[in-house]
Write a protein that binds this ligand. Structure first.
Ligand SMILES: [Mn+2]
Length: 402
């Protein structure tokens, strides 16, 4: 999965939202409700009534994607359109797992076994939500099956290419959940407080829009309006339960390792955490979030080797967090690790956060209790540290590997 797509899936790589000034003239300032797109969607659903659609999410779906897809599915069901929601990666963050379990979000992982995979010819077309297809491994499957792209609903900056029957892409809005809520408000589906599915979906949307706006800190007027609307239907206790989702012991162990292994230079905290399982990859950004809270530290970088048990595939994954306004995570990561043979950068970032993925390639393969694992980790650990410290501490250059 060490493709550029996998790289783009890390939430650290979400394209930076355009500022209000950079919007095209026709889109309204602060993303005010666009009644036309709701009506256009309604027309499309009427035209495609009585069919099946497949909704694709980014490989590591977040609450914004999961809740928005669910809202679309409920809206489409009113027109006898049955939607299946798929993603190809894993649910890693404990809050996402809790959201799916507690609220029964009907999203499924794409089966690895081809015998269990759905027959794509049964679908009339595919729908992209909270992505424009560049962050999903499944895009190539549906394209190969010649499924038409029916709808794109997203708030990331336009990625070009995808020609859809209906595209509602509004970068001025901070969450796709806001766009879906606007559809609900425009009458595409009347929520009912006595319908438990509706209440759960409204709760999921509230969670989605809160998490994409840093608990409404980065919200624009449209997001607040959507939250106000959802406040009539959502279940605050359920939302609280999702937010209280506790970290697994393995995630705690990774955080503990990062704390123990951290090396501090020039107010930068750097920690290698060794091997971790694919499902626990989200422990790395969580550890970086934690390390950056230490006194006199402005930036933290945490990395480890993630291994996938069935695929014998290993990737070095790292996350950067910074509070330093003058440090551009995108520039820092690109400068530190450079590009691969194809000219692709090993990582990048957005404001305050960045990440990188470096394939282990030929050296992949995890052997139980072997020296090989330890040696391999030492090599990668030294190399990653070297690259980072060259930037953090340009004078000394060479590092002590003790
Ligand atoms: Mn989003």
């Amino acid at each position: 999965m060490a493709t550029e797509n996998a790289l783009l899936n890390d939430s650290d790589f979400q394209p930076i939202h355009q500022t209000a000034e950079a919007q095209p003239a026709e889109s309204k300032k602060n993303g005010a409700a666009a009644p036309n797109s709701a009506q256009a969607l309604k027309r499309l659903l009427i035209e495609h009534a009585d069919s099946r659609q497949i909704i694709l999410l980014q490989d590591f779906p977040d609450p914004d994607a999961l809740s928005s897809a669910w809202a679309y599915k409920l809206i489409a069901a009113k027109h006898q359109i049955e939607c299946d929601i798929f993603y190809s990666g894993t649910l890693s963050h404990q809050e996402n797992i809790a959201l799916v379990k507690l609220a029964n979000v009907p999203a499924k992982r794409w089966p690895q076994q081809s015998s269990e995979q759905p027959d794509l010819s049964e679908y009339e077309g595919y729908v992209l939500i909270d992505t424009q297809g560049t962050t999903s491994q499944l895009t190539k499957l549906v394209r190969a099956a010649k499924l038409p792209l029916l709808v794109v609903i997203d708030h990331h900056a336009p990625q070009g290419e995808a020609a859809a029957e209906l595209a509602d892409i509004r970068p001025e809005i901070r969450a796709t959940a806001t766009i879906l809520t606007q559809y609900l408000q425009a009458g595409l589906l009347q929520l009912d407080r006595n319908n438990s599915k509706h209440v759960k979906c409204a709760t999921a949307l509230m969670h989605g829009l809160r998490s994409d706006t840093n608990r409404l800190m980065n919200a624009v007027e449209a997001d607040f309006m959507a939250a106000a609307y959802l406040s009539q239907y959502y279940d605050p206790q359920l939302l609280n339960a999702v937010l209280q989702a506790s970290r697994s012991k393995r995630v705690m162990d990774v955080i503990e390792r990062s704390l123990r292994n951290r090396q501090i230079q020039n107010s930068v905290s750097i920690a290698g955490v060794g091997y971790l399982r694919y499902e626990d990859r989200d422990a790395i950004p969580q550890a970086a979030d934690f390390l950056v809270t230490e006194e006199n530290i402005h930036t933290a970088v945490v990395y480890g080797i993630v291994h996938d048990e069935d695929e014998e595939l290993e990737i070095v994954i790292g996350s950067l967090r910074t509070n330093k306004i003058t440090l551009d995570p995108d520039e820092f990561i690109k400068e530190a690790f450079g590009q691969d043979e194809q000219g692709r950068f090993f990582g990048g970032g957005r404001s305050m956060a960045g990440g990188f993925e470096i394939p282990v390639g030929f050296l992949s393969g995890f052997y139980e209790n072997s020296d090989y694992n330890r040696l391999k980790w030492e090599v990668f650990d030294t190399q990653v540290k070297q690259k980072l410290l060259r930037l953090v501490n340009p004078e000394d250059g060479v590092i002590n590997t003790d």
